[in-house]
Write a new protein. Structure first.
Length: 385
């Protein structure tokens, strides 16, 4: 039996079904909640488990559960459903592979909730973003994110030419959220004082460039990387400009500085500029061997990123950036006055040999990420289930 595409031939069914929008909303909710929770900790400190950011994070698991359960149950019980021929079969249940992945992720996220609450009660305020309960939570979120991506891929790859653009846009939006989450997990290593170190560039590129390349190749959209980077930039400036409008006061000590509003993270990295550059290169190198293409794109991304982020970092250290637009004057209540962050200086520079060795590592990492992204993207083009 021929598998039907997203929109049916009769009636007024939307091009993008509600359960795909629900999955995309789940991914959005988790990212907004995660960023907001970091700001909550920087502004208020450890608060109730039932804080608004936590509810936004765990709403991701609920929303993913709703869409996944609907797809799995209707495909399993409705034997004539068009999705049945485009499904996998696990433990007597049938459904799209993405639905099973998202369902697992939702369970992992909800399981992490009591673990995280116990961790805070035992150890207090998070010292690091990367803690055991947060890693369980992150694994669950990435399960939902991967499931959503696989679900969108299956629908997009089966869609007609008329239906594909809407699915393509939603796919790139979710890809942009994946870029956001990749950089969110690395906030502690990509802060403003680190922006003149080779390690900073390696950390930014690790994973993030692979996501950009894979989604660009899979979507076959000319400006895919630029669109995903724009999603990251849009979220970043929105948080930076909106959160300080909300009142907040610290509830924990020591309090090194008095604050009266939420403290956002920093101005988003300028990844949109190298993303635009690699879109141009990807468009012109479709016939190149993957290894050659990876070298060209990887080196170009790193070179352009350094060219724009390095001087921008210097600007962020100046008084000209201490305003609501760039937000460098925002510091959380636990920032000591003598810290490099509060003094607007970079961390002590690496020795010359160590710096250039680190840049070679960043160049190698960049090319490897692109090479992996190309191959993963080609695999993603074939996803039908």
């Amino acid at each position: 039996m021929k598998v039907e595409t997203v929109a049916t031939s009769v009636g007024r069914s939307p091009a993008v079904p509600w359960y795909l929008w629900c999955s995309a909303l789940a991914v959005t909710s988790a990212y907004i909640g995660g960023y907001w929770d970091i700001s909550w900790h920087r502004s208020i400190g450890r608060d109730s488990f039932w804080s608004a950011p936590h509810m936004a994070i765990y709403a991701c698991g609920v929303l993913a559960g709703i869409s996944s359960a609907y797809l799995i149950l209707t495909t399993t019980l409705g034997r004539m459903t068009p999705l049945r021929d485009a499904s996998v079969h696990i433990w007597g249940l049938s459904g799209p592979l993405g639905a099973f992945l998202a369902a697992w992720g939702g369970v992992a996220m909800l399981v992490s909730a009591p673990f995280d609450d116990w961790w805070h009660n035992a150890y207090g305020l998070d010292v690091r973003i990367i803690s055991p309960p947060h890693m369980v939570l992150a694994a669950g979120f990435f399960g939902i994110e991967l499931g959503t991506i696989m679900l969108l891929l299956a629908f997009m790859n089966r869609a007609s030419e008329d239906e594909r653009p809407a699915l393509q846009r939603l796919f790139l939006y979710v890809g942009g959220c994946a870029v956001c989450e990749s950089l969110l997990l690395k906030l502690e290593y990509i802060a403003r004082p680190d922006m003149h170190s080779a390690f900073f560039y390696t950390v930014v590129i690790l994973g993030t460039l692979g996501i950009l390349t894979a989604a660009a190749v899979a979507s076959q959209q000319r400006w895919a990387c630029t669109i995903m980077a724009a999603v990251y930039t849009g979220f970043g400036v929105a948080f930076l400009w909106i959160l300080p409008l909300i009142p907040a006061q610290p509830k924990l000590g020591p309090v090194y500085r008095q604050i009266s509003h939420f403290i956002p993270w920093e101005f988003p990295l300028l990844v949109i500029v190298p993303a635009f550059a690699i879109d141009l290169i990807l468009q012109r190198t479709t016939t190149w061997r993957p290894i050659v293409r990876a070298l060209a794109v990887g080196v170009a991304f790193l070179a352009v990123f350094i060219a724009v982020q390095w001087p921008f970092a210097e600007f962020l250290m100046t008084p000209l950036a201490r305003n609501w637009v760039f937000g460098t004057g925002y510091m959380d209540f636990s920032t000591p006055a003598r810290s490099v962050y509060a003094r607007f200086v970079f961390v002590p520079p690496e020795a010359a040999m160590q710096f250039w060795r680190g840049m070679l590592v960043a160049t190698f990492t960049s090319s490897v990420m692109v090479w992996l992204g190309i191959h993963v993207g080609r695999f993603m083009q074939k996803v039908q289930r």
